[in-house]
Design a protein around this ligand. Structure first.
Ligand code: FAD
Length: 474
């Protein structure tokens, strides 16, 4: 999917000139200003290879002051900017649409402070999620979010997309866990909302503006995040089920029986399991079933947790809700089971062009849409997959096809988004709106909300230089 087929025209921004490059190089030195075509490739193409930009320059600041000077210069010179973290975004928000300057947090990776008493971590926006998790784990803490992309994504990118992931069920969203943010506005002004207190009701909660705004309102430079204490006892159950009705019933039973120790509930269907088997040689540990449920528990007392889990398993097996299952506390087996779920996106990327949808639906509608879409696309698609964070009502609906086709994209988009609206769901559960869903925002959001979003954008970025063509309908 490239500029030739985009239904958007380039905004009235200036083209990059030598004098602009001279400024960036004089500020950062030549080694932090990339212009070689080979170096630029990975910054211009997104993770799923869904979109491709034509940015001619990547700039790598190290400090907030450098970001401030770069943005002030871009604003004065009407140069459009695409903020980028780990470039693992799946809604086309992290790469330029045309020739926007790529302003990237690769080198903003300093851990500033960890308060061991409160668990509050303060760091720069370019820290990789997994590195942060490793760092705090030495103090018996963990980051409150966990994504399959943890080895590459940056905390600034996580905040800017309001990433959800595998731990949201237990620890809640980043709107609860991020206590403070430092960000730079389009005109270079540094907004210091780097609060580190759990409770602070002094006026408007401004840092929330930057959570989930996908780089359109400001460039996040620092983050203060609350890290919960690690659990001593962790167990994982992997279950095979016959029908989606049984999946819901088992989930409800898990909430009743496991209550406060339930920490993740993920579902995948047969095509998803076949896919990881085919492309990554990962096997189901319990044979083949129509649906698979992955249930994780985390608590402080192994005996108590095991007892609860065993009772739950006995119950769902006796009720014949679950056909087969396995449970483990053993790290190798635990990691092998989790990798079936976590490496699914990797397998999709090997299956051709992927049209991906990240939806929230009521549980009774959750899998209905997968079946409806399968009927809708018929043999025009390679395969249709349904999997996701069932515990949060978050469905990842993927369609793989041999090649990209604009006409086919419109055909699926219009069907899926119309149905989601009819079912009162959301067209973006956790991946953001980005470039790919911006045209559909008016369909699902009331015009008063979109109008207030535009007013905020105009207030904070009057020249529209920050991540143009993203989030707001163009
Ligand atoms: P990028 O992709 O670089 O950027 C994302 C957006 O944030 C863009 O709009 C960009 O302009 C903006 N941005 C980045 N940094 C800044 C900054 N410092 N200031 C302002 N704006 C900025 N997402 C989930 O929510 N849950 C999942 O479970 C999940 N699993 C994934 C698994 C895989 C294998 C992959 C590839 C992706 C997955 N994602 C998931 C999507 C993705 O990893 C998240 O959206 C992640 O938060 C993006 O972080 P990033 O650093 O890669 O940001």
């Amino acid at each position: 999917y490239t500029q030739n087929s985009y239904k958007v025209t380039r905004g009235n921004y200036n083209l990059l000139k030598d004098r602009h490059v001279d400024f960036f190089q004089s500020l950062l030195g030549k080694e932090r200003v990339l212009m070689d075509e080979n170096d630029l490739e990975r910054y211009n193409v997104d993770w799923y290879k869904q979109v491709r930009g034509k940015g001619q320059i990547v700039i790598k600041p190290k400090t907030t002051d450098e970001v401030s000077k770069i943005l002030a210069f871009c604003n004065d010179n009407r140069l459009a900017v695409c903020p980028q973290g780990g470039n693992t975004c799946v809604s086309g928000a992290s790469v330029p649409v045309f020739d926007e300057i790529i302003l990237c947090t690769d080198l903003m990776n300093e851990i500033i402070h960890l308060d061991e008493n409160s668990g509050v971590l303060v760091c720069q926006a370019g820290c990789i999620l997994q590195n942060l998790n490793n760092y705090v784990s030495e103090k018996n803490l963990l980051l409150p979010l966990d994504l399959g992309s943890k080895g590459s994504c940056h905390i600034g990118g996580n905040v800017s997309t309001n990433a959800g992931g595998l731990r949201l069920l237990r620890y809640g969203s980043l709107h609860g866990n991020v206590l403070g943010i430092e960000a730079v506005k389009a005109d270079g002004e540094v907004i210091d909302c780097l609060n580190t207190l759990k409770k602070d009701n002094t006026g408007y909660h401004l840092h929330h503006l930057f959570i989930g705004s996908e780089g359109t309102l400001g460039f996040v430079t620092k983050v203060a995040i609350q890290c919960p204490t690690q659990s001593k006892a962790i167990s994982l159950a992997f279950l095979g089920l016959n029908s989606y009705e049984d999946v819901i019933k088992t989930f409800l039973q898990a909430k009743l029986e496991l209550g406060e120790i339930l920490s993740a509930v993920e579902v995948l269907d047969t095509p998803s399991m076949e896919l990881v088997n085919e492309h990554l040689k990962l096997n189901s540990p319990i044979g083949n079933h129509n649906f698979y449920l992955l249930l994780e528990t985390k608590g402080s007392n192994e005996e108590h947790d095991q007892d609860k889990l065993n009772k739950f398993l006995e119950l769902v097996l006796n009720k014949k809700l679950v056909v087969d299952g396995t449970a483990t506390t053993e790290p190798t087996k635990y990691n092998a089971i989790w990798s079936i779920r976590e490496r699914l996106p990797e397998a999709f990327a090997l299956d051709g062009y992927v049209y991906n949808y990240d939806l929230t639906l009521a549980l009774e509608d959750y899998y209905k849409l997968v079946s409806e879409l399968r009927d809708h696309v018929g043999d025009r698609s390679h395969r249709v997959f349904g999997f996701g964070h069932l515990g949060d009502g978050n469905l990842h609906l993927q369609v793989s096809a041999i090649d990209f086709s604009n006409e086919f994209k419109d055909y699926i988009d219009s069907f899926v988004y119309k149905r989601v609206k009819e079912l009162n769901g959301s067209i973006s559960a956790e991946h953001g709106v980005g470039f790919l869903k911006a045209p559909y925002l008016n369909l699902v959001k009331h015009k008063s909300s979109v109008s207030l979003m535009r007013s905020l954008k105009n207030l904070m970025d009057p020249n529209g230089i920050l991540n143009p063509y993203k989030v707001l309908p163009y």
